[in-house]
Design a protein around this ligand. Structure first.
Ligand code: C2E
Ligand code: MG
Ligand code: MG
Ligand code: MG
Length: 283
């Protein structure tokens, strides 16, 4: 099938590209160009403390501001970037960009941790922990100001090497989070050995919990499982006030989703936060 096709006016990069094809090379050239010419954007989506409703963290999510095609969402190029290994440069760019903006996101007494998404390739790269340390040093920042989100499938690609990298990152002081929990194939026996401190319940369960009894049960059991393992738990995909209230009642620690805010360009984050902190009670 076509490696590069137009669907509703946006780029679509098939994850099943033949890595030797010339089309693949041209996509890679496009991505490299995007990185070098400042076409990648870091967006931020707040994570709230479910009880106090204060902003405690922000997840960094990449977008590609394409000169012809507009804002391209990550699912249209991240799988390709992972397949080709380009994602390693992308992760470092996101981390560097987050480090550059970190201080501007902080308010006195209300620290905001910035979460970066990692891929399998990062976990297999022996130099990765050292590279992050170098960026932190350059910006005079502490690892405790950051969280690293890793999906179950990224870990299970090569569990032994992933574990070694995660142990080093945890020893360096990063908070580690398991992303999209419940959709991968990780074993609980394995997860309990990893130095993670947070589980993020996948949005498919959270979005379904108001209408689907099984989803509601999965969310409830995952919150209990996380707490029994001494982990904090975040619900992603919170789209309504009712779901936020339900999550709070179940003891979920943090919430993230369109009901609170869509991912925002980093420059708009502080203005949004001021509006959020001063919004009418109960709103
Ligand atoms: P993720 O890490 O699980 O990020 C959460 C995704 O859910 C984001 O999509 C976010 O916009 C979306 N989302 C948040 N709240 C809601 C909601 O209430 N309703 C709905 N329907 N969706 C919600 P996004 O930004 O399109 O990113 C998709 C995925 O792409 C991410 O899933 C992550 O796996 C990957 N990704 C994004 N940025 C990066 C990056 O910098 N590096 C890597 N390796 N992956 C990234
Ligand atoms: Mg994530
Ligand atoms: Mg997620
Ligand atoms: Mg997800």
């Amino acid at each position: 099938h076509a490696a590069k096709s137009k669907t509703a006016g946006v780029l679509l990069y098939s994850p099943s590209l033949d890595s030797s094809s010339t089309q693949t090379l041209s996509l890679l050239t496009d991505l490299r160009h995007a990185l070098q010419h400042g076409e990648l954007r870091l967006f931020l989506q707040p994570k709230l403390d479910a009880t106090s409703q204060q902003v405690v963290a922000a997840e960094a999510l990449v977008r590609w501001q394409h000169p012809q095609r507009g804002l391209v969402p990550p699912l249209q190029f991240i799988p390709f970037a992972e397949q080709t290994g380009f994602v390693r440069q992308l992760t470092l760019w996101m981390f560097e960009e987050a480090a550059r903006q970190w201080a501007s996101l902080q308010l006195p007494g209300q620290p905001v941790r910035v979460a970066i998404n990692l891929s399998t390739r990062d976990l297999l790269d022996q130099d990765f922990p050292q590279r992050l340390a170098g960026i932190l040093k350059q910006h005079g920042l502490a690892s405790s100001g950051f969280c690293l989100e890793i999906t179950e499938s990224a870990i299970m690609d090569d569990p032994q090497r992933a574990e070694a990298t995660l142990n080093r990152l945890a020893a360096q002081g990063f908070k580690l989070s398991i992303d999209d929990f419940g959709t991968g194939y990780s074993s609980l026996a394995y997860l309990k050995r990893l130095p993670v401190s947070e589980l993020k319940i996948d949005k498919s369960f959270v979005m379904g919990m108001a209408t689907d009894e099984s989803d509601a049960k999965i969310v409830r059991s995952t919150i209990d499982l996380a707490h029994n393992l001494g982990l904090s738990v975040v619900a992603e995909g919170v789209e309504t006030a009712a779901i936020l209230a339900q999550l709070r009642a179940l003891g979920c620690d943090e919430a993230q989703g369109y009901f609170i805010s869509k991912p925002l360009p980093a420059v708009e984050f502080n203005a949004w936060r001021t509006r959020w902190d001063t919004r009418a009670p109960g709103a």
